[in-house]
Ligand binder design. Structure first.
Ligand code: URA
Length: 210
């Protein structure tokens, strides 16, 4: 495994995560917290963007300063819970393109069924960040990244809010080239593949469907 797994333990993220987990947090606040946490995580996940020098003039003198070296990003939320992270990511990188992947596992064959796949046409020129708030078994993340890889992006990172150890292991083994960012590694999965202690069903809590 050559993955790097980054656990973002910044106090602001950890503080917001506590309220995200709380079962008494309502839909509106939950949605806002997911977005805010995504913004903070985006800041850290883009730390390695390359810079280049530019010449400018301040009101005082000429200066050589830095700008991002023309790197293009694409965010790819896994439907549907990943959608909750998109606006927060775009706060920091408004020029990023957004692709979408929707998939589910066929109950009989256990094979992933892709019901939606729309990626930016120039994805080969882009660094992709795949988004899903919860990394549980790793199945969806593995399948979504396999789909994105077919389009040959420059690089892929995976960003989730809460990861289960089982999901981290499975994703690391399936895609050792993908860096994984999370805000917490929880204890384990329960018998229904929900993360413990987790936060429940992220999609239901973002969209108020429960
Ligand atoms: N997906 C969720 O939304 N929650 C979990 O705990 C696991 C997967």
């Amino acid at each position: 495994m050559d993955n790097k797994i980054f656990v973002m333990d910044h106090p602001l993220i950890q503080h917001k995560l506590t309220f995200l987990r709380d079962k008494n947090t309502g839909t509106k606040e939950f949605r806002e917290l997911v977005s805010e946490i995504a913004t903070l995580m985006c800041y850290e996940a883009t730390r390695d963007l390359p810079l280049m020098d530019v010449e400018i003039e301040t009101p005082m003198c000429k200066a050589t300063t830095k700008v991002i070296a023309g790197r293009k990003l694409a965010f790819v939320p896994i439907l549907r819970a990943g959608l909750g992270m998109v606006d927060g990511m775009l706060q920091l990188v408004p020029s990023a393109k957004v692709g979408h992947i929707g998939l589910y596992r066929d109950h009989e064959t256990h094979l992933p069924v892709e019901y939606y796949n729309k990626l930016p046409p120039d994805i080969e020129e882009r660094d992709v960040i795949v988004l899903d708030p919860m990394l549980a078994t790793g199945g969806s993340a593995i399948d979504a990244i396999t789909i994105v890889k077919r389009s040959n992006p420059k690089s892929i990172k995976f960003l989730c809010i809460i990861a289960a150890p089982e999901g981290l292991k499975a994703l690391s083994e399936a895609h050792p080239d993908v860096q994984i960012y999370c805000a917490a590694v929880d204890e384990k999965l329960n018998e229904n593949c929900y993360i413990l202690p987790g936060l429940g069903d992220a999609g239901d809590r973002i969209f108020g469907t429960k």
